[in-house]
Design a protein. Sequence first.
Length: 504
Amino acid sequence: MTAMLACISSAILNGVEGRPVAVEVHVEDRALPGFNIVGLPDAAVRESRDRVRAAIATSGLEWPNRRVTVNLAPSGIRKGGVWLDLPIAVGVLVASEQLASKCVEDTAFVGELGLDGSLRRVPGIVPLAAALGERRVVLPISCAAEALPVTGSRVRAAASLGTLRRSLQTGSGWEMITPDPPGGRDPMPDLTDLRGQPTGRRALEVAAAGGHHLLLVGPPGSGKTMLATRLPGILPPLGRSEALEVMRVWSAAGVPVPEGGLPERPPFRAPHHGTTEVALIGGGSAWLRPGEASLSHCGVLFLDELGEFPAVVLDMLRQPLEEGVVHVSRARASADLPARFLLVGAMNPFPCGEGSVAGACRCTERDRARYTRRLSGPLLDRFDLAVSLSRPEVDDLIGGPPGESSAQVAERVCFARLEASARGVRWNSDLPAGSLEETVPLSAEAAALLERRLRSGALSARGLHRIRRVARTIGDLDRAGPVVGERQVAEALSLREARSALLV
């Protein structure tokens, strides 16, 4: 026989989605020895030929001294990353008759190889395993437990290429996969730690209940960061489908997933104001990696010192805030990255931070304009809630009674979320504009108040819809019934007043 052919199933990562790939290996002895990879491989895949050759040799196996051709199908899609090391090595063993082809039937392989034959962890295990369907999936032992939520009993683990070959031949000897036990979770920050700030507390509760983006404006020490970091503690836990989405994004980004299975808490991401566009939105040249917007999917994206972020970086958030997804397009690849998050921004009123204290501001008019200009009007318009905070009173800080706990507030938030679910949406900020007349009926007084604001030019058509959604959330929290009254509309308007001071 002059040639042998093997076809091994595997997958590659595109954004947060896995794509099945067939690794075809052809070994021919009527040609000069060589090793060639075709099918649009990138540099990492082309370098795998040296890793595979060394791994096979150091594992006590024989490298065929013949012509070896590897084709990655479908050939029209660029292949990147180190996920294909293991399937290429297995394909070489099958094509060179060192491993029977029946041993790899209905089996897929994903993993990186070390020069000593060891199998190393790779990112994106969750979406990669999900893309392989009902096949048995062989993974490195270091990341096999990560795939259990999507593969169940179909996953197999190996520590090295040599032990993998023996396990495939005998059908036994696989490494034991033990799910990580649930670790001791750090306690969530509680709202009882925050003294005073009734307006900030109320805005936080409304934001959590209705999914309304929140902007906190106040001097240093007013509690902006304390409020934001306590938001996850009043959000409902993730459902199974949401937890799987979160785990898929984190796995694709190479972020360690929570121990003990699926995550329960909503993600909370707080990138530094020096974050770049790609780091915030996602992307890259070859590997389209999720950014902070996607890592906060189903959770909270907190941008502290919002006025220090470059304007071009902030404006990149406008489209994800509307659509809940990031469309990344490059010359060689494109991907849709999920990015449905609750945005919380915090900023000082002026660069010096003391704009609210009479006579204390040291900023020139030019400094103030440059600082607030970074927040464009369209971005500010996406904040349903914008509140001004001041430093808490001395009586609140010393000897003042503690406020409500996060558990108490979370009960009201859960009730409001259930009311939104009954309307067919995840939260009230998702209510379609065309259904607001039905889902947010207004009393005569509430309608008259909104009409006055519209006629004065203080409210736009888009702002009207946002006010009605916020008022609906306030009514749900207060259990005020199906009709939204003047008090709920007035409170929704008051929780938006800080926007006007920032529009310069």
